[in-house]
Design a binder for this molecule. Structure first.
Ligand code: PLP
Length: 425
């Protein structure tokens, strides 16, 4: 089975003349079409907003594209907040869904007027000590505990996760917030990751909508927005059927009309915080085969490594690989496709059937647009790659330069020890 890259072999031949491999390439057309589809899928809800999970792809050029579709930003760290602020995204366009949050980050989020989404009941006091009077709008993150199961068997284990408040704590916390002068309330939950099913949001919505009704009836507190957070997955494997955001939006609408509207809650806003679904399919890692090695297995060594894309190494995650220009060749060779880290987990594919690969071939590693570049690191002194945008008109634009050794050594620049470093090769 196959997956088609968004870039053709001919385009890629031109692009690599301009930008040396490896690099992450992003598809502006795909990003725009998808962002528009998300907006339309939830247009039935007048207060709807997608807050892009910045950690997925923290690139200002890509965030700027999403801004055009009225996306807000979901931040969870100081630098993510700074990035949003630099783009003029502030106030209610920032959702600060952090956990284990340092004091100065709460202070900065509050300064930007972000909506603060608390991960724990003790953070109410923590926050109050830092900023004094609580903001008028506050949100709480719910964790129902136990195992959360969808109808198709996909599940996750909220009971084992570090996030969110228990139900009892949630009820107590809303009461405390109200007492302390908070006027607008949000409810947030993120229970299952990378769900490849149209059922997750509607199922989660039912859980949260019923809870919102209970909060209204027991506490007399009206929840103003419900944040379904992330977790909407993408089809990494060619045999998977991609989620249909229109079906998902309509599924949430049905539950909304069934549960919230009859209780007089037909004006509650729906928020989402998708990262993977907004960017994942619209990025790929382009890398060149630089070695072939025949030992107990057949290896192809490429010029990218797990420092550029960590998901296969840490989760055993599948990323489809296309050998550019050999899209129609028989997949009759079994390879491990590996990077250069001194770690045996640095493999983009294990026992993968691919066309015969020759040195110099370009490999397209699919679906790296979210949690790809951003999880990068510098182990083994490997440097982070460039990011390149393939624009709608077919031209390209560098949207982040590759790291150089100078960047790698920059944190010694306050000392003299590397003063004489020779950067010439
Ligand atoms: C990571 C994260 C998201 C985005 O998750 P995806 O699965 O990429 O959509 C949203 N909200 C919070 C709080 C997160 O930590």
């Amino acid at each position: 089975m196959n997956k088609k890259p968004f870039v053709t072999h001919e385009q890629l031949q031109e692009i690599v003349k301009k930008y040396p491999t490896p690099f992450h390439l992003y598809d502006e057309k795909g990003i725009r079409e998808n962002a528009k589809a998300v907006k339309e899928a939830f247009a039935w809800n007048p207060g709807f907003r997608e807050y892009f999970a910045v950690k997925a792809t923290p690139n200002p050029f890509l965030m700027e594209i999403l801004q055009e579709y009225d996306c807000g930003m979901d931040c969870s760290s100081l630098t993510e907040l700074m990035l949003s602020n630099a783009l003029g995204i502030t106030g209610e366009h920032i959702m600060f869904s952090s956990n284990d949050t340092p004091a100065e980050e709460f202070a900065y989020a509050n300064k930007l007027g972000a909506t603060i989404n608390l991960d724990d009941i003790t953070h109410i006091e923590f926050l109050e000590k830092i900023i004094g009077q609580l903001p008028k709008t506050m949100s709480l993150r719910y964790n129902p505990g136990g195992v959360y199961q969808l109808s198709n068997g996909i599940m996750d284990n909220p009971g084992d996760s570090k996030y969110g408040l228990t139900k009892d704590q949630l009820f107590e916390a809303y009461g405390i917030l109200k007492e302390k002068g908070v006027e607008r309330f949000g409810l947030h939950a993120f229970l299952v990751s990378n769900t490849v099913t149209n059922d997750y949001y509607p199922t989660l919505a039912r859980t949260l909508f019923e809870l919102v009704v209970e909060i209204k009836e027991k506490l007399g507190i009206k929840i103003n927005f419900i944040n379904l957070s992330g977790g909407v997955g993408i089809a990494y494997k060619p045999e998977e059927t991609p989620n249909d955001i229109r079906v998902i939006g309509a599924g949430v609408q049905k539950v909304y009309e069934e549960i919230l509207v009859p209780k007089g809650l037909g004006d509650v806003s729906i928020y989402t915080e998708m990262g993977r679904f907004m960017m994942g399919p619209y990025g790929c890692l382009v890398t060149e085969a630089i070695h072939e090695k025949h030992t107990y297995k057949e290896y192809i060594g490429v010029d990218a490594c797990a420092a550029n894309l960590m998901r296969p190494a840490i989760y055993g995650a599948y990323h489809h690989i296309t050998v550019s220009g050999k899209e129609h060749a028989p997949e009759d060779h079994k390879y491990d496709v590996v990077g250069s880290l001194c770690e045996n987990c640095d493999k983009f594919a294990i026992d993968r059937m691919l066309p015969e690969i020759e040195k110099g071939d370009l490999l397209v590693i699919h679906d790296t647009g979210a949690h790809g570049f951003s999880m990068g690191y510098n182990y083994n002194g490997r440097l982070r790659s460039a990011e390149v945008l393939l624009k709608e008109d077919g031209s390209t634009k560098l949207i982040r330069r590759a790291e150089t050794p100078k960047d790698y050594f920059a944190t010694f620049d306050c000392f003299d020890i590397l003063k004489g470093m020779d950067y010439s090769l």
